[in-house]
Design a protein around this ligand. Structure first.
Ligand code: SAH
Length: 221
């Protein structure tokens, strides 16, 4: 999977990608990243990538030209590249935005299966001129009902969740939800834990070795 990220702050991704599972996945070639900064491609003589909003209001809006020119460059270049054993690459453009279609594990699974390339367009300021969505045909996706200062963190959340759905990234396939009965309630050793004089025990059912009963318990939780 090749993640292409259009952002005016590519440096924000550095720390998350340089450690743990993301780093391993990059080093092993399961995922690949390219960053594109609209500031490098803007035709504005002051290198501006934003302008005042039509209709008034506070803040600035990201302009169409630098984003669309970047997007065109990525799609043109990537289409030409050959992938061994694949007939063609399969693209998706995702525009991060609060309050639109919600990101889910289902969406992550579908993306890992269907696409070879995902282009993320990260907004800043008050957002992106809506014509970018019209021109690119992007999926407009929100990671939750709250407003962030930019799309970078949202893109990173989606990339993390999509990457763990790619075969091989987690190493142990059994860690994936569909391979076992999943539960949000997990325990590890010790079975009994004393804290501030109170005893905290692991539910007996998890200790009895009966996998059928354990699976039923996990389904309930
Ligand atoms: N004016 C907008 C807020 C813009 S926030 C409004 O009132 O709704 C700036 C940028 O942060 C957005 O363009 C988007 O790319 C990103 N962003 C903020 N919250 C987000 C969320 N919950 N999910 C995905 N992207 C988000």
């Amino acid at each position: 999977m090749h993640f292409h990220i259009i952002t005016i702050f590519p440096g924000l991704f550095d720390s998350y990608l340089s450690d743990s599972i993301m780093k391993k996945a990059i080093d092993s070639g399961y995922i690949e990243f390219s960053f594109y900064n609209p500031r490098d491609i803007t035709k504005n003589k002051h290198k501006k990538v934003d302008d005042i909003p039509y209709g008034g209001g506070p803040g600035m809006v990201m302009t169409v030209q630098p984003i669309i020119d970047t997007w065109k460059m990525i799609t043109k270049k990537t289409i030409k590249e050959k992938v061994p054993f694949l007939f063609s690459r399969c693209f998706k453009t995702i525009l991060l935005s609060p309050g639109e279609k919600k990101f889910t594990t289902e969406y992550a699974k579908m993306s890992a299966k269907e696409y070879t390339d995902i282009i993320f367009i990260c907004g800043r300021y008050e957002g992106i001129d809506s014509r970018v969505e019209q021109i690119t045909g992007a999926d407009v996706i929100s990671i939750g009902d709250y407003v962030l200062t930019g799309g970078e963190l949202a893109a990173m959340v989606m990339i993390d969740s999509i990457s763990r759905q790619i075969n091989g990234v987690l190493g142990n396939k059994n860690s994936l939800e569909e391979e076992r009965v999943s539960s949000h309630k997990m325990y590890t050793r010790p079975a009994e834990l004393k804290y501030n004089g109170k005893l905290y025990s692991v539910p007996d059912i998890l200790l009895n070795g009966n996998h059928k009963e354990i699976d039923n318990w996990r389904r309930k939780h």
